[in-house]
Write a protein that binds this ligand. Structure first.
Ligand code: NAP
Length: 516
C-alpha cells in the first residue's frame, strides 16, 4: 500500500496503516492514528503481567469499519487466573494504609492527566465520539481517581453507646474483597474509574471486563496503573469478544472468591448478572438503562430549554444513559420550542469523523445501534409522527445517522417506550402538569429526568414527584464526580461517585467488647 501522508507509515502495522490512509483521504491529520500510541496494548492484564492468548478479536473504527487493532480474546482460564490474582492481592492491599492507597490513586490520576491527549485519541478511535468530548471524558474519568484518592482517607466507623455498663460497641468499615466490574462502550474510560476509584480506595481489588467494542481504553488505564505503582493483582483487565462475554461474565461473577459484582450496561444484561449474584448472595451495584423524560412547561425560558435539550440529547450522538429520550412539551410553548430546537440542531450539530475539529456528532457505535434508531423512526412515522429534521442514515454512510427531531409523537410509539440510544428526539405535546408526570413516571426505569420551569412551586413539586435517581432542573448536563449517580426502578441499584460511592465497596462489621 502506498502511503504518502506520514513518516510513521513504514513503522506501523497494517491495520494502523489502513487507518492512517483512511484518515488522510478524509483530510484528517496523522494524529488520528493510535497504532503509534505508547498506551496501546493487545493483551489482558492479569496479576501485573500482560497476558496474550492465541485467539484475538478485532477492535473496529466505528467511523470507517476498518480494523484499529487486535486484542487477546480471553476465556475461562484467564478469568480464573484473574480472580486468583485479585484474591491474592487483596490479602496485602487491604493492609496498605488508607494514606498510601490515596497516594497511589492520586499518582494514577496525575498520569491520566499527563497522558490525556493519548487517552482521548484512543477513546475517539474506538468509540467514535468527537475528540473534544473524548478529552472531556478523560478529565471526568481521571476526576474519579482524584476524588476517591481523597475519600480513601475518610472512611470512618462509629462508637455506639450501649445500655450494658460492662460493654463497648463499635462499627468498623472494611473492604468487601474482590470485585468483578463489567462496563459498556459508551464511556470506555469513565465507567471504569467511577467504580475502580471507589473500590481501590476502600481496599478492594478488581477485575474489569470491558466491552468488546472498546477494550483499548481499559488496557491503557492498566498501563498507567502499572506506571503509578498500583501493586500487581490489584487492578486486572480481562478483555474478550462478544461471543465470550456470557461465559467470561459468568465465571467472573460466580467464582466464590468474588465478593461483589459492579455493572454498568443494559437492564437486560443487568438482570442476568443479578441472577449470578443471587446464587452466591453477593453484593451488587447496577447502573442500568435509562429512558429520560425532558419536560418543558409553559413557564420555561424557551432558549434555556433548547440549549439544555441540545446538550442532554445529542452528547455522544445520543448514546449516554442519561440522554433525554422523550421530550414532553406543554401546548402553550410547544410550537416555539419545536421551531427553535430544529433551528439549533441545524445550526449547531455537525456530523463527521470524531477526529475532525468541526464534528459534534460522531458515528454510532455499530450497525445494530443504527438499525435501532431507524426502527424507532419508521415505527413513529408509520403511526403519524412528523419528521421535523433528519430522519435517516447520514450521507457519510457506515454508522452515521442524522440528528433527528420528530413531532406529533404519541405514547403508543416505540421511541417513547424504550431507550433509543441514538440521535433521535421525539416530541410529545401535553396539556397539564399531572399528564406530564404521568407520562414521565409510566416507564419501568428511572435514571435521569429533566424539566424546565420558572415557577418555584412547580419546580419543587415536579422535582419531588419525578420517579428518577437524578433530576436536572433548568439544566441539561448533570454528571459530576461530587454528586451521586444512579437510578431507581429498573435503572439500577446503588450510587456511584460522591461521598456515597465508597460505601458500595465497604462492609460494616460490629465489634462488641465485653467484660470491661
Ligand atoms: P450491554 O450489552 O449490557 O453491555 C455492557 C457490558 O456487559 C459489556 O461489557 C458486554 O460485553 C457485557 N455483557 C453483555 N452480555 C453479558 C453477559 N451475558 N454476561 C456478562 N457480561 C455481558 O450494554 P451496552 O449496550 O453495551 O451499553 C448500553 C447500555 O448501558 C444502555 O442501556 C445504557 O443506558 C446503559 N448505561 C448505563 C449507565 C448508568 O450509569 N446507569 C451508564 C452507561 C450506559 P460485550 O460488549 O462484549 O457484549
Amino acid at each position: 500500500m502506498a502511503l504518502y501522508c506520514s513518516s510513521l507509515g513504514s513503522q506501523v502495522p497494517r491495520a494502523g496503516r489502513a487507518l492512517l490512509a483512511g484518515a488522510c483521504s478524509r483530510g484528517l491529520s496523522a494524529s488520528s492514528s493510535i497504532e503509534a500510541s505508547p498506551l496501546l496494548r493487545s493483551g489482558g492484564f492479569i496479576g501485573g503481567r500482560w497476558v496474550t492468548v492465541a485467539a484475538t478479536f478485532p477492535v473496529l473504527d466505528p467511523a470507517s469499519g476498518t480494523e484499529l487493532h487486535r486484542v487477546s480474546d480471553c476465556g475461562l482460564p484467564e478469568s480464573r487466573e484473574a480472580v486468583t490474582a485479585a484474591y491474592n492481592a487483596f490479602q496485602s492491599w487491604r493492609e496498605v494504609s488508607a494514606k498510601d492507597r490515596s497516594v497511589l490513586l492520586r499518582k494514577w490520576y496525575e498520569l491520566m492527566i499527563q497522558n490525556k491527549e493519548e487517552l482521548a485519541k484512543i477513546i475517539t478511535a474506538e468509540n467514535g465520539k468527537p475528540l473534544k468530548e473524548a478529552l472531556g471524558e478523560v478529565a471526568y474519568s481521571a476526576a474519579f481517581l482524584e476524588w476517591f484518592s481523597e475519600e480513601a482517607r475518610r472512611v470512618y466507623g462509629d462508637i455506639i453507646p450501649v445500655p450494658m455498663k460492662d460493654r463497648r460497641a463499635l462499627a468498623l468499615k472494611q473492604p468487601l474483597g474482590v470485585v468483578t466490574i463489567i462496563t459498556p462502550w459508551n464511556f470506555p474510560s469513565a465507567m471504569i474509574t467511577r467504580k475502580v476509584g471507589a473500590a481501590l480506595a476502600a481496599g478492594c481489588t478488581v477485575i474489569v471486563k470491558p466491552a468488546e467494542d472498546t477494550p483499548l481504553s481499559a488496557l491503557a488505564l492498566a498501563e498507567l496503573a502499572t506506571q503509578a505503582g498500583i501493586p500487581a493483582g490489584v487492578f486486572n483487565v480481562v478483555p474478550c469478544s462478544r461471543q465470550n462475554a456470557a461465559s467470561v461474565g459468568e465465571a467472573l461473577c460466580t467464582d466464590p472468591l468474588v465478593a461483589k459484582i459492579s455493572f454498568t450496561g443494559s437492564t437486560t444484561t443487568g438482570k442476568i448478572l443479578l441472577k449470578h449474584a443471587a446464587d452466591g448472595v453477593k453484593r451488587v451495584s447496577m447502573e442500568l438503562g435509562g429512558h429520560a423524560p425532558f419536560v418543558v412547561f409553559d413557564t420555561a425560558n424557551v432558549d434555556q430549554a433548547v440549549a439544555g435539550a441540545i446538550a442532554s440529547k445529542y452528547r455522544n450522538s445520543g448514546q449516554t444513559c442519561v440522554c433525554s429520550n422523550r421530550f414532553l412539551v406543554q401546548k402553550g410553548i410547544h410550537d416555539t420550542f419545536v421551531k427553535k430546537f430544529a433551528e439549533a440542531i441545524k445550526k449547531e450539530l455537525h456530523v463527521g469523523n470524531g477526529f475532525e475539529a468541526s464534528t459534534t456528532q460522531g458515528p454510532l457505535i455499530n450497525e445494530k445501534a443504527v438499525e435501532k434508531v431507524e426502527k424507532h423512526v419508521s415505527d413513529a412515522v408509520n403511526q403519524g409522527a412528523c419528521i421535523v429534521t433528519g430522519g435517516k442514515r447520514h450521507s457519510l454512510g457506515k454508522n452515521f445517522f442524522e440528528p433527528t427531531l420528530l413531532s406529533n409523537v404519541t405514547t403508543s410509539m416505540l421511541c417513547t417506550q424504550e431507550e433509543t440510544f441514538g440521535p433521535l428526539a421525539p416530541v410529545i405535546k401535553f396539556d397539564t402538569e399531572e399528564e406530564a408526570l404521568a407520562i414521565s413516571n409510566s416507564a419501568n426505569v428511572g435514571l435521569a429526568g429533566y424539566f424546565y420551569s420558572q415557577d418555584p412551586a412547580q419546580i419543587w413539586r415536579v422535582a419531588e414527584r419525578m420517579e428518577v435517581g437524578m433530576v436536572g432542573v433548568n439544566e441539561g448536563l448533570l454528571s459530576s464526580v461530587e454528586c451521586p449517580f444512579g437510578g431507581v426502578k429498573q435503572s439500577g441499584i446503588g450510587r456511584e461517585g460522591s461521598k456515597y460511592g465508597i460505601d458500595e465497596y465497604l462492609e460494616i462489621k460490629y465489634v462488641c467488647f465485653g467484660g470491661l
